[in-house]
Design a protein around this ligand. Structure first.
Ligand SMILES: [Zn+2]
Length: 236
């Protein structure tokens, strides 16, 4: 890897934090959830590659891995958006465990079996889907995080400024790269609309015409990625 004065570190992802579940479920059910989270964490082969400029950032990474700080905060995403994302993930985790408990009851052994066997349960779509992902792509194609409602409404929001900064950086690196990112995100938004993701109501089946359109959008996206790979940006 070319260094360019950057530091890097490879770690496992942070362990899922589950203390917030204690307000909603019996202690022994939360203990089972935690036990299986630890088990999954030990088994995971997923790895995060951290790249940072300042040696002091190593400490921030450490606080994230220790679950004292969220990844979004360490990566410098706006506080309002990080807060929303944390709440959203918590709501999803609570809704999922609620669905498990509603199906098998609060006997810890049954909850453990259900989680281990990956029991399929119904969780309301409005909790699992995140329409802001689509809206963020549409409005701020150069963001890496999902913007909160306030950021999406305000041109002077921290997300809006971050999007402008990221776009300027992409342009500075290579105008072709900036155009390619913009085009890929636009194609992805069009695909999302075809699939109904913009309204969080996924279509059960697509018409032949829609399938053809989707395949065309994916091909165009692939072509742009291949073109970029064939013309990599020169490091440093
Ligand atoms: Zn925000």
């Amino acid at each position: 890897m070319v260094n360019c004065g950057l530091h890097n570190r490879i770690t496992a992802p942070p362990l899922q934090e589950s203390r917030y579940l204690l307000d909603q479920f019996p202690h022994d059910v939360v203990d089972v959830r935690r036990e299986l989270d630890i088990e999954d964490h030990r088994k995971t082969r997923n790895r995060l590659l951290w790249v940072y400029t300042d040696e002091a950032d190593r400490q921030s990474i450490q606080t994230c891995l220790a679950n004292e700080e969220t990844i979004g905060t360490v990566l410098g995403y706006p506080e309002c958006c990080v807060k929303r994302e944390t709440e959203r993930k918590r709501n999803m985790a609570v809704a999922f465990l609620r669905a498990i408990v509603d199906t098998v009851g609060t006997d810890p052994k049954k909850v453990r079996t259900a989680l281990r066997d990956d029991l399929k349960v119904e969780v309301p779509n409005e909790i699992m889907a995140d329409p802001n992902r689509f809206r963020t792509d549409q409005r701020y194609p150069f963001l890496l995080h999902t913007a909160c409602d306030l950021c999406l409404q305000d041109d002077r929001s921290p997300s809006s400024r971050m999007n402008a900064d990221n776009e300027a950086l992409a342009l500075d690196l290579d105008p072709e790269f900036q155009r390619s990112v913009s085009d890929i995100v636009a194609l992805s938004c069009e695909s999302a609309m075809l699939l109904g993701m913009d309204t969080s109501s996924w279509k059960e089946a697509l018409t032949a015409q829609e399938q053809e359109r989707l395949a065309d959008l994916r091909n165009r996206s692939r072509e742009i990625v291949q073109r970029l790979r064939g013309n990599p940006i020169e490091p440093c």
